[in-house]
Ligand binder design. Structure first.
Ligand SMILES: [Zn+2]
Length: 657
């Protein structure tokens, strides 16, 4: 790999510094560029501009995120009178030195038309806080004077690029451009200077308000409502088209902000900048916790009117759903919805900054957002609509799965398969260290929750935490289990009771607390009990385990009968011995391995080969094998309930009868 040009190197360093400050840049709300020279394949010096590519995050960006474009070719485009967005994207791509690189930012022309070497752009909270005011423009002019050019809101694209370039032509000494209701650009000949200017100008804006302390440091308002009482209903209300994941934020300052006397009037206002509408919709929805779903219907009517007005003015567009993405529930918190946990998290981050910004500057002047049509232009931008159309949801996209015994080997394997299928996964385990370690090894949206299945209060609290993390649940996998190996004659009665407590009562507690949430949610669901091959084919000196697992298996069949009216299916998977999941050894087998080997008259080191060789397919069952069987039922690939699936490589003694 050849050495990076120093200009590009300092662009990367500075971009990361800018991007790692979330009051400046959040989720794609910023971009950067640098101009320099590059030697092409023919050995010619080319004047290029490196521009942040779309889809890259500034805080972690690398050279791959900065496609190089021919600078003069981009500047030549300025001679056009107008250019539509589709033409602009195509023409910008045509100037790329490496056409296989990512597409440059939609603000590429703006960067290219300006003369400066380094250009940094952010949607800084503080800039939006002062510019989104009745007197926003005069406040900004008082603050910055002619140091920056002031540009009224224009949607990103060719006209905005030309407007900024013309303003800089008229004021060539300007060090920045303030794009009202959008963000800030700073320019300089070195990256460090551009960043220092950025911080200086943003600092001047944030000095304008310090009332924030009053909201933040006020007496911490405790959460008044339980997550599991309200969120499952909200989740159902916003999941009319597809299952949505909810992300709830309830820091004390946020709860205090939502209890502020004029909070609804102040916060149910337009987004800080139209860019946010793609994630948050134009405005949040204010929710009364006593009647959580009524406001959502009202929101739908308002939103439909906004879309109809937009279409009447701009022409036909693909209608998006009329459901809110941000709900503000006093006493509970800010609740964001998304097609998956990542999307919900992005909406929640943006909404959190939006509330902070609107509250922080509430004394300055009244908040003024953009007119609906500007919000509509961004939310229904054909380029954005094309992105949405290209999204293909995975089988469990938007669904939430709960796995008990989540720190164990099978729990981790099941979680891995469900995550790959698109679900968000809550792991519940009695052992904090185990469950957190398992969550760390997994990729994707995972919540590690401590809960004891033998204690009905503990498991109900854990289910409440699941609702807080993801809004509700669609899939429950009772999997927590323990075992001891002993003959009936020698079995310690307390240990027998303990096994029943975890393996049978634990499943009962999980089913009871889970069904209460699922019923409130009214979205149907799937329960998959991790049963055992042992239920079909018990082993000597394994009475407590066999009896407890068989009891849970039977309980599952009863649950199938009781839950079917709510469209909740209950099925069982029956694995044979699973010894580990990657580096996570099965706690159960660590406990019983030596005794089971003794009962079978073999050495403990021969256990794995013993279990492999006793099945017809001569296969060792893995945790992911169990996970795929769970997925089969969880995804409801076939309409069945009260059913079982063996995962044992074929053991004739364990054939279901
Ligand atoms: Zn921007």
């Amino acid at each position: 790999m050849s050495e990076l040009p120093t200009t590009l190197e300092s662009l990367i360093t500075t971009s990361r510094a800018l991007g790692s400050n979330d009051t400046l840049v959040m989720h794609g709300g910023g971009n950067t560029s640098a101009k320099g020279k590059l030697t092409d394949i023919l050995g010619r010096d080319r004047e290029v501009i490196w521009i942040k590519g779309s889809g890259f995050a500034l805080d972690t960006i690398t050279a791959a995120g900065f496609p190089a474009c021919d600078l003069q070719a981009l500047r030549d485009l300025r001679s056009l009178d107008q250019m539509c967005d589709e033409d602009m994207v195509r023409e910008v791509r045509a100037t790329m030195l490496d056409t296989t690189a990512c597409t440059p930012s939609i603000e590429a022309l703006l960067h290219a038309f300006l003369p400066h070497t380094f250009i940094l752009h952010s949607h800084a909270d503080a800039i939006l806080a002062v510019s989104n005011r009745e007197r926003g423009e005069s406040i900004c002019r008082e603050l910055y004077g002619d140091r920056v050019v002031h540009i009224p809101y224009i949607m990103p694209g060719f006209p905005l690029a030309k407007a900024v370039a013309e303003a800089i032509d008229a004021n060539p000494n300007a060090i920045g451009a303030l794009l009202h209701q959008h963000g800030l650009f700073t320019f300089a000949e070195t990256a460090e200077e551009a960043l220092a200017l950025h911080h200086e100008l943003v600092g001047l804006a944030s000095d304008q308000y310090d009332e924030l302390a009053q909201v933040v440091s006020g007496d911490a308002t405790p959460r008044r409502h339980k997550a599991s009482d309200i969120l499952p209903m909200l989740r159902a209300a916003v999941s009319q088209d597809r299952p949505m994941v909810l992300d709830t934020r309830d820091d004390p300052w946020l709860l205090a902000a939502l209890d502020f006397p004029t909070a609804e009037r102040l916060l149910c206002t337009p987004a800080l900048t139209p860019d946010h509408t793609i994630r948050t919709k134009p405005w949040p929805c204010w929710i009364d916790a006593n009647d959580p779903t009524a406001a959502i219907a009202h929101y739908g009517k308002m939103y439909s009117a906004y879309v109809c007005a937009g279409i009447a003015s701009r022409g036909e567009r693909t209608h998006l759903d009329a459901l809110p993405r941000v709900m503000l529930v006093p006493g509970l918190g800010l609740v964001a919805a998304g097609i998956n946990a990542k999307a919900a998290g992005i909406a929640a981050d943006i909404a959190e900054h939006t509330i902070f910004t609107k509250m922080a500057s509430r004394e300055l002047d009244s908040y003024r957002g953009l007119p609906d049509i500007d919000l509509f232009d961004m939310e229904y931008w054909p380029l954005e609509q094309a992105k949405l159309a290209s999204f293909s949801p995975r089988e469990l996209e938007g669904q939430v799965a709960v796995v008990t015994g989540g720190g164990g080997a099978i729990g981790e394997g099941v979680a891995r398969v469900l995550l790959e299928a698109g679900a968000a996964v809550a792991l519940i385990d009695i052992d904090r260290a185990h469950v957190e370690a398992a969550a760390d090894r997994l990729d994707g949206p995972v919540a590690a929750i401590v809960g004891d299945v033998t204690n009905e209060t503990s498991i109900a609290n854990a289910m409440d935490t699941v609702c807080h993390a993801f809004g509700g649940m669609d899939i429950i996998v009772p999997n927590a289990g323990i075992a001891y190996s002993a003959s009936i004659e020698s079995q310690d009665a307390d240990l027998f009771r303990k096994v029943l407590d975890v393996n049978l009562t634990g499943v009962f507690n999980t089913l009871q607390s889970g069904i209460r949430v699922m019923r409130r949610q009214e979205m149907g669901g799937s329960v998959v009990i991790v049963s055992s091959k042992n239920v079909l084919s018990p082993g000597a000196e394994f009475g407590a385990y066999s009896a407890s697992k068989t009891g849970a298996h039977q309980l599952g069949k009863v649950a199938a009968m009781e839950f079917s009216g709510d469209d909740i299916v209950v099925n069982m998977v029956c694995p044979d011995a699973v010894f580990s999941c990657g580096d996570n050894p099965s706690g159960l087998w660590q406990q019983i391995g030596a005794d089971r080997a003794r009962a079978k008259g073999i050495d403990a080191s021969e256990l794995e080969s013993h279990y492999r060789d006793r099945n017809m397919l001569k296969t060792l069952i893995t945790a992911e094998d169990v996970g795929r069987a769970v997925l089969f039922f969880a995804a409801r690939r076939t309409p069945t309930t009260g059913c079982l699936l063996t995962v044992d490589g074929g053991v004739p003694g364990g054939f279901p009868r």
